[in-house]
Design a protein. Structure first.
Length: 190
């Protein structure tokens, strides 16, 4: 999981709660220490206890090592520069999941298109997490803990059917045709 802001930490918790071992990248050492020692990211998710299966690192290479899914959760305008540095460290058959909102301002490209252009990864290995899921809405609460419904579309059924690093509830197939390079299938958690 790249990176440890509000949405990245929320999704890392969801994946860890689903049984995945998750390594999240944080730029600041104090966030790494707080995540690994106190199991919190108090700046973004006060009062939320993070699972033991979620660990943090300041090293993006370490966060990507062995990952079957590279989940990107950074501002869309920072994607191109960061991804250029991270791309060589993405596993050769990993699925790259964009959980970012918006488009790249200067090019007008969707984040999936930027991922494809910068990394050369085929659209079949790129998925996009979307839905009514702004960080405050699905944020795990100590008493509730369930995120809002989200979709993980991709042109390839295999990419869309397993968006977490290991387990996720079985996908529901979307039945309506879509435009290229938009997805033809998706998974949801609701």
């Amino acid at each position: 999981m790249l990176s440890a802001g509000s949405w990245g930490t929320t999704m890392a918790k969801v994946f860890a709660d689903a049984g995945s071992d998750v390594t999240i990248h944080a730029r600041r050492p104090e966030v790494v220490a707080e995540t690994n020692v106190r199991h919190q990211n108090a700046r973004y998710l006060p009062d939320v206890v993070l699972p033991d299966r979620l660990r943090a690192t300041v090293d993006p290479v370490e966060a990507l090592a062995g990952a079957r899914h590279a989940v990107l959760s950074i501002p869309a305008q920072a994607l191109r520069a960061n991804l250029a540095a991270w791309a060589p460290h993405i596993e050769p058959d990993a699925v790259v999941v964009s959980s970012m909102k918006g488009v790249e301002t200067y090019s007008g490209m969707r984040t999936s298109e930027v991922i494809h252009q910068v990394t050369g990864i085929s659209f079949e290995r790129i998925a996009v997490l979307s839905g009514p899921n702004l960080a405050r809405e699905p944020r795990p609460r100590p008493s509730a803990g369930s995120p809002a419904r989200a979709r993980v579309p991709s042109p390839a059924p295999a990419a869309a059917s397993s968006p977490s690093p290991s387990r996720w509830p079985p996908p529901r197939q979307a039945g309506r045709p879509a435009r290229h390079p938009a997805p033809t299938c998706g998974a949801s958690r609701g």
